[in-house]
Design a binder for this molecule. Structure first.
Ligand code: PBG
Length: 309
């Protein structure tokens, strides 16, 4: 009877698997703060992507970990940069069987670890960064991404990327905007995952955890600029924001069940303090119950297998 009347479903197609690929990896490198997640080589990324697609996930979100960093994140726009090369590999391997997404952000590629380029005073320069994002978006579209995920929280980023894509005949490439992204402590393990160079914080461009109304304004702006889907991030500590976004957004809403949320459950499960599978499924169900259409989660492939009919 519970099954008959259950209000919330989690389907494999609603899950998106974030994956890391490292330029200098000769073999998959474990990420100690994210047990079970690795920095892939190009080959292991391809294999893991095929497995995830076979499990039924709806999409893959790819992050690149370059071998070298510089002030403007050149590796992000270079067609031989690790992320662009990996996107080309995956599109060739998977065709259009799954939605191939790319993180459109500079932080993995910069030597200061910020999501944008810096001005002479060392502050993130919003408008100079937009130019860089447009170039990065074109490189990712050329490499075969179906959907771009601008995650840097620069003002105007969606509009600039949309125009650049349209002008270059990439009208079919969509934008999955990280619209409501909070300056969160839960990103901790991700910094290890991408070998982040960041000192300091992202408070000049990411949101204050106390603000909910601001999230809706960010979503409204991104939709007006051409976002095809919007995202709330993190997910678990922000389910009220996910709910508000779901009720007001005219486009599909994703929620990112981020690295710190993954690490908490994995750590407690490893100690035998939580039942891992039950906890993971409860987390995913709760994010869906809050109203997310899609969930980015490091458990996507495994959960998809659990949820297969
Ligand atoms: C920025 C980006 C971050 C994450 C996804 N994209 C880090 C940040 O904004 O500090 C975090 C994802 C996670 O923690 O799982 N490119």
């Amino acid at each position: 009877m519970r099954r008959l009347v259950s209000e919330t479903t989690v389907r494999p197609r609603q899950l998106i698997l974030p994956m890391f690929v490292a330029e200098s990896a000769d073999s998959p490198r474990p990420i100690s703060s994210m047990p079970g997640v690795v920095q892939h080589t190009r080959d292991s990324l391809r294999e893991a992507a095929v497995e995830a697609v076979e499990a039924g996930v709806g999409g893959l979100m790819i992050f690149g970990v370059p071998g070298t960093h510089d002030a403007t994140g050149s590796g992000a726009v270079d067609e031989q940069g690790i992320l662009n090369v990996a996107l080309r590999d995956l599109r060739a391997e998977l065709g259009d069987d799954t939605v191939l997404m790319a993180d459109t952000c500079l932080d993995e590629f910069t030597d200061h670890g910020h999501c944008g380029v810096l001005d002479a005073q060392g502050r993130v320069d919003n408008d100079a960064t937009l130019q860089r994002y447009a170039e990065m978006a074109l490189a990712q579209a050329e490499a075969g991404a179906h959907l771009l995920g601008p995650s840097g929280m620069m003002d105007g980023q969606v509009g600039v990327i949309r125009r650049a894509l349209d002008d270059a005949d990439f009208a079919d490439i969509g934008i999955f905007a990280y619209s409501a992204k909070y300056a969160s402590a839960f990103y901790g393990p991700f910094r290890e995952a991408v070998d982040s160079q960041l000192k300091g914080d992202r408070k000049t461009y990411q949101q204050d955890p106390g603000n909910a109304r601001e999230a809706l304004r960010e979503i409204e702006l991104d939709v007006a600029e051409g976002a095809d889907m919007v995202m709330v991030k993190p997910a678990l500590a922000y389910l009220d924001v996910v709910r508000a976004a779901a009720e007001t957004s005219p486009v599909p809403v994703g929620a990112y069940n981020i690295s710190g949320e993954y690490a908490m459950v994995e750590a407690a499960a490893a100690k035998g303090w939580l039942d891992r599978e039950r906890t993971v499924l409860e987390v995913l169900t709760s994010i869906r119950r809050a109203g997310a259409d899609m969930i980015l989660t490091y458990w996507a492939a495994e959960a998809a297998r659990w949820l297969a009919d």
